[in-house]
Ligand binder design. Structure first.
Ligand code: NAD
Length: 481
């Protein structure tokens, strides 16, 4: 694969950026997939100017909602048309299994555009029953303006769609900046937007690393930042956005607890947690990364889960026989390895896995699927985000302590409870401070379901009607009658 992404600014494709260039590689092999331009100050400023101008361009500002809906639908159709190419590109650039790219990521991306295409003609204001005689009051929902959309590397295409689809549905203009590790499919998405007929300047696309992100979040011409990534960068973004008081939506890190109660259907819990912990090699913000299992069932659970892990086939995502792919970079692999080593020093026991895969896989970023037991609440591995294929199992004795343990990290993105008892399910769902609680399910998403974290896992929500709130502002109009 030899892709030469270009920057897309004001409807023009630019082959180079004033920030230089960088390479993007295949995590399974180290092969260079493309040389990518790094945007600099000049392109950031031009992209912001173009996006501002697009807000006043009648071709966009006055486009009838039914036409804007058709445009979003057209983007979805083109994603379907290029699905095979997009899936292979995502697998090569990110490492994920081709089945996941084909079956979840790419169709999930198209579904975001279809779902928000439906919203375009339903973005309504309200009238308020004022008590002041001789007045009439109504509200309009207007676009926020220029939105910087900054995305991470774990689900590059789909996460770009979580932001781009509602931003366009609401009539905003955008500058998208994908993660430097995985720029390729977002580049194709920008091309698809042009092909679908999105007016010039409405969608701008810049590649580059943190510095490009900083230039956007500091920029006085940007009205809103929608960011998905780490909590530490989320904090920087809040500070950088203070200058012109940008609207900020943050989807940040997580440390989802998964609670397996005494009465749980253990086989269902084993199957669901294998997905919850190892899907996309654990590189999921809502990954189940600390399992609280009733001590009376823990041996059975660990035996069955380890058998499941033993059946996993670690290998390049592009090979259909692989059931677990690499992690995105050497840097990430070393970080995960460090966490597992520290856990062992802290007293955890490695049941299976525990380190980098050798042999034929030693050339890629392959970390063995790892199950850890003897983990106790409070260890680093039980409090820090892992973002890798590691399942730490903590045996618990007292169900009364579960909610306080589950809530005892700075994160609050997701949580899961495995139980046959309805009362336990609802009680835990009420007590856990997390944006999404899954009962007897691995973490899943739907464009109609609100997504977003509590506490240090983020600000605001994506998806559902909440996304319409996030990408509009409300104007109150008062009329003397
Ligand atoms: P990251 O925070 O390092 O980078 C994310 C993006 O921000 C990249 O595009 C990067 O170039 C850019 N960036 C980095 N520093 C910046 C700065 N100072 N200002 C502006 N932009 C900057 O995150 P990552 O390593 O790419 O992704 C992994 C993290 O993302 C994990 O913590 C994971 O939990 C989180 N995540 C959260 C969700 C969610 O929905 N809550 C979804 C996926 C990933």
């Amino acid at each position: 694969m030899d892709v030469r992404p270009q920057l897309y600014v004001g409807g023009e494709w630019l082959t180079s950026g004033s920030g230089g260039e960088f390479k993007t590689t295949d995590p399974a092999t180290g092969e260079v997939l493309g040389v990518v331009p790094e945007a600099g100050r000049a392109e950031v400023d031009t992209a912001v100017e173009a996006a501002r101008a697009a807000l006043d361009d009648p071709a966009w500002r006055d486009m009838p909602p039914s036409d804007r809906a058709k445009l979003l639908w057209r983007i979805a159709e083109l994603i379907d048309e290029y699905a095979d190419e997009l899936a292979e590109m995502e697998t090569r650039d990110q490492g994920q299994l081709i089945g996941v790219a084909r079956g979840i990521n790419v169709p999930g991306t198209a579904e975001q555009f279809r779902y928000f295409a439906g919203w375009v003609t339903k973005i309504e204001g309200t009238t308020a029953p004022l008590s002041i005689p001789g007045t009439f009051h109504y509200t309009l929902r207007e676009p926020v303006g220029v939105c910087a959309l900054i995305t991470p590397w774990n689900f590059p295409l789909m996460i770009a769609a979580f932001k781009l689809a509602p931003a366009l549905a609401c009539g905003n203009s955008v500058i998208i900046k994908p993660a430097e590790q995985t720029p390729l499919t977002t580049y194709r998405l920008a091309q698809i937007c042009e092909q679908a007929g999105v007016p010039a300047g409405v969608v701008n696309f810049l590649t580059g690393g943190p510095e490009v992100g900083r230039m956007l979040t500091n920029h006085p011409g940007v009205d809103k930042v929608s960011f998905t990534g780490s909590t530490s960068v989320g904090r920087e973004i809040i500070a950088a956005s203070a200058g012109n008081l940008k609207r900020v939506t943050l989807e940040l890190g997580g440390k989802a607890p998964s609670i397996v109660t005494y009465d749980a259907d253990i086989d269902a819990a084993v199957g669901g947690n294998l997905v919850g912990s190892f899907f996309n090699s654990g590189q999921v913000c809502a990954a189940y990364s600390r399992l609280y299992v009733d001590r009376r069932r823990v041996d059975e659970f660990v035996t069955k889960v380890s058998a499941g892990v033993g059946e996993m086939r670690l290998g390049p995502g592009i090979e259909p026989e692989s059931t677990l792919g690499p992690v995105v970079s050497e840097h990430e692999l070393q970080r995960i390895d460090g966490l597992v080593r520290n856990a062992v020093t802290d007293g955890a026991e490695v049941v299976t896995g525990g380190g980098r895969a050798g042999g034929a896989l030693s050339g890629g970023n392959f970390f063995e699927p790892t199950v850890l037991t003897n983990v106790t609440h409070g260890m680093e591995i039980a409090t820090k985000e892992i973002f890798g294929p590691v399942m730490p199992v903590i045996a618990y004795d007292d169900p009364e302590e579960l909610a306080s343990h589950a809530n005892d990290t700075e994160y609050g993105l997701a949580a899961s409870v495995w139980t046959k008892d309805l009362a336990t399910a609802h009680r835990m769902a009420a007590q856990i401070k997390a944006g999404s609680v899954y009962v007897n399910l691995p973490p899943i998403l739907d464009p109609a379901a609100a997504w977003g974290g509590y506490k240090a896992s983020g600000w605001g929500k994506e998806m559902g009607h909440y996304a319409i709130d996030a990408y509009t502002q409300v104007k109150a109009v008062w009329v003397g009658v």
